[in-house]
Design a protein around this ligand. Structure first.
Ligand code: GUN
Length: 295
């Protein structure tokens, strides 16, 4: 009964589609899409994410630029770097990898990015436009989740969807998209967080659970209705002496015990993660083509 949602395979397919489009653009004499990334410090997770983004650019035929700064970079230096990227006509879109060191205001950094180049979809203009259903850059993880539901023809209309977590990056935007009058969407959404009592009872009513709290194995078998759809956004590094890296990724779902009860479930790794990267590539292509914000 249980079927795996293969994010890795879907992401590979979409990258091939994007690469084909880029080949056509270049054949028409247009420039290659160009994504830039700002990386501050040497956080292991951030290093890995940014390396995956650079590699995905190569696979899609994009140009990429990585700008690195040390942990002691000032907010002013970062703001100046952002101004240069905003003004550079060769750069179609760029991201500032989060989290940033504590002495830097993430919100000030995000708001300094030209919303027309904000391929992360974190700028208030893009967040606001998404919330009222206007064309915009949709942040990569929520978009990756919606793309999986779409490509796997998983019904969402009229379903009960429970979102675990209310972060600006995942929980809030994915709950907005799931309730939107759209396909996929049209679900009845409940958002649970650290102050929610009776999370187990609420989850048991869910047709779709989107787990994005960063708490390994939080969703257990007793919280899942038979036949439910489970989307696991968790990617916590847990120690694992048998790996040469010394860690492995664990999702927010107790996969081994939950999977047999589900209709569909995303694995970790190989589920939402690869879709997040490919959604950033899709946004970069949209930016290069000026599809969302024509000049
Ligand atoms: N940190 C965690 N997720 C993301 C993301 O999607 N974009 C950026 N820039 N930083 C992140």
């Amino acid at each position: 009964m249980m079927q795996l949602i293969d994010g890795k395979r879907t992401a590979t397919e979409i990258k091939a589609e994007i690469a084909q489009t880029v080949t056509e653009m270049v054949a028409e004499g247009r420039k290659r899409p160009h994504l830039a990334a700002i990386l501050v410090g040497h956080d292991g997770g951030s290093e890995t994410y940014v390396a995956h983004k650079v590699k995905a650019c190569e696979e899609c035929g994009f140009k990429s630029t990585l700008l690195r700064y040390e942990d002691d970079v000032t907010e002013q230096e970062l703001l100046e770097s952002i101004d240069r990227l905003n003004a550079d006509p060769d750069v179609d879109g760029f991201i500032v990898q989060l989290p940033l060191p504590r002495h830097i205001s993430e919100q000030r950094i995000i708001e300094a990015i030209d919303y027309r180049k904000d391929v992360d979809g974190f700028h208030p203009v893009n967040v606001g436009r998404m919330s009222i259903g206007l064309p915009c850059f949709i942040s990569a993880t929520p978009m990756g989740i919606m793309t999986l539901l779409e490509r796997y023809n998983i019904p969402t209309r009229g379903t009960r969807c429970v979102v675990l977590g209310r972060s600006n990056i995942v929980g809030k935007p994915v709950s907005t998209l799931m309730m939107q009058k759209a396909q996929p969407g049209n679900a009845t959404v409940t958002v649970c967080h650290s102050a929610t009592p009776d999370i187990k009872e609420i989850c048991r009513e869910a047709d779709i659970i989107i787990a994005a709290l960063g708490s390994p194995g939080f969703v257990t078998e007793d919280m899942v209705k038979p036949g439910a759809v489970i989307i696991d956004v968790g990617t916590t590094r847990v120690p694992d002496a048998s790996r040469k890296s010394g860690f492995r990724l664990r999702g927010d779902v107790d996969f081994d015990n939950v999977a047999p009860k589900c209709s569909w479930i995303t694995p970790v790794p190989g589920g939402v993660g690869p879709m997040t990267i490919v959604s950033l590539m899709k946004n970069t292509l949209l930016a290069a083509r000026r599809d969302i914000y024509p000049d």
